[in-house]
Ligand binder design. Structure first.
Ligand SMILES: *[C@@H]1O[C@H](CO)[C@@H](O)[C@H](O)[C@H]1NC(C)=O
Ligand SMILES: *[C@@H]1O[C@H](CO)[C@@H](O)[C@H](O)[C@H]1NC(C)=O
Length: 277
């Protein structure tokens, strides 16, 4: 009880100032759009010429449409992760001493929040292009057009799950060397909090904090599982992505357990069975 309270109080929040935004704008930073008058005219005329009611994703590869020339969630996967190549399986194996990842009760949980500008639109890249991230754990940025179905995976790469976070999901990452009991408990907590979740092992979490929850623009990293910290983070940061939709994904390689609806398909109540203090 005391330990839990101390952890909550000790929770360290790091907020990146908006002026420090280092992400890439797509297609242009707002000020560039203003200064490039031609670009603005071009965008407007495109929009006017487009008779469909659907907002046109100008210059952006459409999401959620299987296109063998770009991304069909079946071909060219090896650029991120090849589910059929045993060499790639090392990404979800523990290859280091487990003791290095056992966690430490004295290590505070950390929330890193990025001020993603509201005008920022993340790019979609086809499978003929690699995607790398500036941050160790990405919480915004370029991703694949097709996103994973919600649920627990043996492994799913960041280039895929980042798209779910843009739709409001919570991504639960655990290092493959992390404590097994805590991993199981984390899975149960997340599955009971919301439908829109993706759970996968990942080499991205650190030795100090082998667990991470990712939403669009925020990351919680922790050393030892504390239910209240996980639930508080989900309640505050889930369903915040710029493209809210519960529509399920198309990618399902290594899906172990499809997500189940917890409250409603739109996750109207987060963590309904939350532990009351
Ligand atoms: C990748 O494929 C897309 C869709 O076919 C194409 O538009 C793009 O030019 C290709 N890019 C490269 C670098 O080959
Ligand atoms: C498996 O992946 C490795 C590493 O990316 C690669 O060198 C190798 O050619 C792949 N094997 C097959 C059969 O695709």
């Amino acid at each position: 009880m005391f330990r839990s309270l101390a952890l909550v109080l000790g929770l360290f929040l790091y907020v990146q100032a908006a002026k420090d935004w280092k992400g890439q704008w797509f297609p242009n930073a707002p000020q560039e759009l203003v200064s490039e008058a031609g670009g603005v005219t071009q965008d407007l005329s495109n929009a006017l010429a487009n008779e469909a009611d659907e907002p046109k994703e100008s210059g952006r590869v459409a999401m959620g449409i299987e296109n063998p020339d770009c991304d069909d969630a079946k071909h060219g996967l090896e650029i991120d992760f090849d589910p059929y190549n045993v060499t790639h399986s090392t990404v979800y194996m523990c290859l280091e001493p487990k003791a290095d990842y056992k966690g430490d009760y004295n290590m505070d949980a950390i929330i890193t929040e990025y001020n993603v500008p509201s005008a920022y639109v993340a790019n979609h890249k086809c499978m003929n292009n690699s995607i790398e991230y500036a941050e160790r754990i990405p919480s915004y940025g370029t991703h694949r057009p097709l996103w994973p179905r919600y649920g627990e995976y043996r492994y799913v790469p960041p280039q895929r799950w980042l798209h779910n976070s843009e739709h409001g999901a919570v991504i639960a990452l655990y290092h493959p060397c992390a404590n097994k009991q805590q991993v199981e408990l984390l899975k149960q907590i997340v599955k009971k909090c919301l439908y829109r979740h993706v759970i996968t092992p990942s080499q991205l979490p650190s030795k100090d904090r082998p667990f991470a929850l990712v939403t669009w623009h925020a990351i919680l990293e922790f050393s030892v599982l504390e239910r209240t910290i996980v639930e508080s983070f989900i309640e505050k940061y889930a369903l915040k992505g710029p493209e809210q939709t519960h529509r399920d994904g198309q990618y399902d390689h290594m899906l172990l357990e499809a997500a189940e609806v917890v409250s409603t398909i739109d996750d109207s109540i987060l963590c309904p069975k939350k532990q009351r203090d």
